[in-house]
Design a protein around this ligand. Structure first.
Ligand code: PNS
Length: 166
């Protein structure tokens, strides 16, 4: 059984992420989408909310499950008998950091990292840009799954209500 993990923050999941999950799911027996619990980085959505959105967005992929992890990704890989880390590469700008992480992870436990070239439709897309555009009233329809769009609108309107000067 070949198990792949797609790790990330997914704050929130975008269509670019989903494209990578779908393609990874065709290459592996099982894909685990693993949300990093990051106590330092501020996020718009809680880990639980991100897991819910990811679970909804991947419901059509029977061999994809969603989980969270804290600490080193290589430890998670060992504990879950993961064969490969799968990441999307959007552009050259992603490459340096992704290569560093892949090499460090290999040095730590010899876990392999595979890169999927992002669909050019989504090569400019990131969770940060989605949040920025949505915060300023821009249309992010089609860039995130429908359920995420609704939650994003709900989250941003409740933030505006509690913080009208922001
Ligand atoms: O979506 P992101 O924030 O770009 O994902 C980055 C992530 C979660 C893949 C990376 O930060 C990670 O693997 N963090 C876990 C901690 C770890 O293993 N650090 C050493 C990496 S070589």
């Amino acid at each position: 059984m070949r198990i792949a993990v797609c790790p990330g923050s997914f704050d929130p999941v975008t269509m670019g992420h989903l494209d990578v999950f779908e393609r990874a799911s065709r290459m592996s027996d099982q894909v685990i989408v693993a949300v990093l619990i990051n106590k330092i980085k501020e996020s718009l959505f809680t880990v639980e909310e991100r897991i819910e959105m990811l679970t909804e967005a991947t419901a059509h992929l029977p061999n994809v499950t969603v989980d969270s992890f804290y600490g080193l990704l290589v430890d998670y890989c060992k504990d879950h008998e993961v064969n490969a880390i799968v990441k999307g590469l959007r552009a050259v700008s992603d490459f340096d950091y992704e290569l560093q992480m892949a090499q460090m992870n290999y040095r730590l436990t010899q876990v392999e990292t595979c890169f999927i070239s992002t669909n050019p439709l989504y090569s400019y897309l990131s969770s940060s840009l989605v949040k920025d555009v949505a915060t300023h009233g821009g249309d992010v329809g089609g860039l995130v799954p429908e359920a995420v769009l609704k939650r994003l609108q709900g989250k941003l309107s409740s933030t505006m209500e509690s913080n009208p000067n922001n």
